[in-house]
Design a protein. Structure first.
Lengths: 343, 346
């Protein structure tokens, strides 16, 4: 693990990043109106590092990933602004033909529910080797041979014997491994994992997270881990981007976030989770509900739920404040939060 | 921590437990053939589970999927008939009662379901959903009184009583779970079975619902059976915890006993697998990684069911089934021949 992120600012003044999302906007046009789900998201990823994108449902964490992959349904989705740079090239400006060359081959994705992401009527070996046959021009035989190697890589026992098995014959954890094997078929440089362990048991979750960590290191991939689980993030991530209502409210290395959150939402999240290693009395809560993105609150989107909210928060949208060491926080009082003087 | 453990023991009523479950068994038959169904085997979902639940206490039940937690919940609700065993509620076996006695018994055990999106009828108003139990148990609330009762319940769970005529889709996930809780409270039960009540909710909402459950317990003197796979949540809410594996209870104790002094290897592995939200803990945590998956409950391993994934397994484990009894190392029961203390939570 190389500590490359310390000197670089999230806007990318320090050299070119492997993947860079720049001021991205996404909106959904529905019958009821326009929902602005992504409102100026920027983050970057370098080879061999793990960026965790943390957020609750509706925060826009998955939509950002889908925009990177180019798998958003347009319409209803629309991308009115922003850039997604992969090795310096803007994916959003590419032709669909060129974009296909990136999708799966350079940037690959695994999904939450492996059972519904896999095709139930084809054997797993066939599905893993599908992209090898159609895109790398491999023969069926070579494709299956490589599929066995990939299944070995993701530590599926007796890979050779199971290559003809169907998804339903695998357990939840093994299915997720099949998905990972499939996503690795074309040697991608970036792997996006969207809630990869949410549907799994803790013991299996630990196995899969270990596997993803090992693969990232061995293959020197950049890993974007999308999750809502603060525990998982603490175990594997190098950096965290916390999302709320389509914005990144805090971005920092993992230790700083857990030690001194610089945004009230992050602090609220950390306080509201029960801990395994201690039994508290009453859990601190974040009052209220996440905002309706059709009618977002004025000013800071978090202000109706924020315990520190002041007058300025209701009128002015806070800009992302640079706190040094690649750390940002979109709170008017980020500095006071860090000092511990915010009341 | 030891101090609070003593408190739990001391506050536990010394008398008869509210619910005593003895050797509960549920086997689902596997059949073959269409016309002449032949039993070819059985899925041993719950295979000899015993525990006690006292008044005002929360018993947490944890385990991986397929360990029988939800079947256990269904059995206690009498939604399934057990293959064997009994459950004594205030001295009466809940599986033996019938007729009007059964109806009265059902009032006493209610359930909060996992998924607040599918457990509420989308075509019924909130008032009808929460008031529906009164249609069946008319003696609890006379007809004219129902609306007032429902509004009281809404207020009790932190919802606006004026929203009585709204439909479930007009509420968020956390609010819907509150509706589910209000429905469970309608008949003034003494025991509420909560089957994964917060696992479908967002982190910031989870805490609100957990706090609500704890508040209601204090106000109404409820006993909870709290089934969940999230060990942190279970620790937070439970007075005692039972760990299940493949239909069996492998370790039972107070929350401090299970989390700080676990003696069963499965409990230790389970705890060690839970990610702790503290990056600094990464380095000095005791990591136990289990290999493989839970074996099929249709064909569980002989002897100790955990032996196929256990690093301590020996000859004896495959022939002799370890009983859930007190072992020398710790005062709480553990179903392992080689029970030994190992702290895995920092």
């Amino acid at each position: 693990m190389t500590d490359i992120h310390v000197s670089s600012s999230p806007t990318g003044s320090g050299g070119r990043h492997l993947l860079e999302v720049k001021d991205l906007y996404v909106e959904f046009h529905t019958r009821d109106g326009v929902a602005r789900v992504i409102n100026g998201v920027s983050y970057h990823l370098d080879p061999g590092e793990t960026l965790a994108v943390l957020g609750e449902s509706g925060s826009g964490k998955s939509v950002t990933a889908q925009a990177i992959m180019g798998i958003l349904d347009m319409p209803p989705a629309k991308i009115p602004g922003g850039q997604i740079l992969y090795k310096g090239e803007n994916l959003l400006a590419m032709s669909e033909e060129k974009r296909r060359q990136v999708r799966g081959k350079e940037i690959s994705m695994i999904f939450q529910d492996a059972l519904s992401a896999l095709n139930p009527v084809f054997p797993v070996g066939w599905q893993i080797s599908e992209s090898l046959r159609t895109r790398a021009g491999m023969s069926r035989k070579d494709g299956l041979k490589r599929a066995v190697e990939l299944m070995d890589l993701v530590k599926i026992p007796a890979a050779k014997a199971r290559i003809k098995d169907y998804p339903h014959q695998f357990s939840g954890g093994m299915r997720q491994r099949v998905m990972i094997a499939m996503s690795l078929a074309m040697d991608p440089k970036v792997l996006i994992a969207d809630e990869p362990t949410t549907a799994l048991d803790v013991t299996v979750q630990a196995q899969i997270m270990d596997l993803l960590g090992d693969l990232r290191r061995d293959l020197n991939m950049g890993l974007i881990l999308i999750t809502h689980d603060l525990g998982v993030v603490a175990d594997v991530a190098d950096r965290i981007a916390v999302m709320y209502a389509g914005r990144i409210v805090e971005h920092a290395d993992v230790r700083s976030v857990y030690k001194h959150p610089a945004h009230p939402y992050t602090e609220g999240l950390l306080d509201s989770i029960p801990r395994l290693d201690s039994k508290g009395t009453e859990l601190a809560t974040i009052k209220g509900l996440p905002p309706n993105l059709m009618r977002p609150p004025t000013g800071c989107a978090f202000h109706p739920r924020c315990k520190y909210a002041k007058a300025v928060c209701t009128t002015e949208t806070p800009r992302s404040l640079d706190l040094g060491h690649g750390r940002t926080s979109a709170c008017h009082f980020a500095k006071e939060m860090l000092d511990g003087t915010l009341r | 921590m030891a101090h609070s453990a003593e408190n739990v023991t001391a506050s536990r009523p010394a008398g008869e437990p509210l619910l005593r479950v003895e050797n509960l068994v549920k086997h689902f038959p596997i059949t073959q053939g269409i016309l002449f169904k032949k039993k070819v085997g059985a899925v041993k979902a719950v295979d000899g589970v015993s525990f006690e639940l006292h008044r005002g206490e929360t018993l947490g039940i944890v385990g991986e999927s397929g360990c029988g937690k939800s079947t256990l919940a269904k059995l206690l609700m009498r939604l399934e008939t057990p293959t064997a065993g009994r459950a004594m509620l205030k001295g009466k076996d809940i599986f033996k009662v019938s007729g009007s006695e059964l109806r009265r018994m059902r009032r006493n055990i209610q359930m909060v379901m996992q998924d607040p999106y599918t457990s509420l009828n989308p075509r019924m108003t909130v008032g009808d959903i929460i008031g529906e139990p009164y249609e069946i148990h008319t003696e609890v609330a006379p007809k004219g009184d129902r609306q007032r009762r429902v509004q009281e319940l809404l207020e009790l769970v932190g919802l606006n009583p004026e929203h009585i005529n709204r439909y479930p889709h007009q509420f968020s996930g956390g609010q819907r779970q509150r509706i589910g809780i209000a429905r469970a409270l309608a008949l003034k039960p003494e025991i509420i079975v909560c089957d994964e009540p917060v696992s479908a909710l967002d982190v910031s909402i989870q805490a609100q619902v957990i706090n609500l459950l704890e508040k209601l317990q204090g106000e109404l003197d409820l006993s909870y059976i709290f089934i969940a796979h999230d060990l942190s949540v279970v620790r937070h809410i439970s007075d005692r915890v039972g760990v299940m594996y493949l239909g069996k209870m492998v370790e039972v104790g107070t929350d401090a006993e299970i989390y700080e002094r676990p003696t069963h290897p499965y409990t230790q592995a389970l705890l060690s697998a839970v990610p702790v939200p503290d990056p600094d803990a990464r380095a000095h945590r005791d990591v136990i990684r289990l290999v493989g998956d839970v074996p099929s409950p249709a064909n569980p391993p002989s002897g100790c069911r955990f032996r196929t994934r256990c690093w301590k397994a020996q000859e004896r484990c495959s022939v002799e089934e370890p009983l859930l009894i007190r072992r020398g190392v710790e005062p709480h029961p553990s179903a392992c021949h080689f029970a030994e203390l190992r702290q895995v939570v920092g």
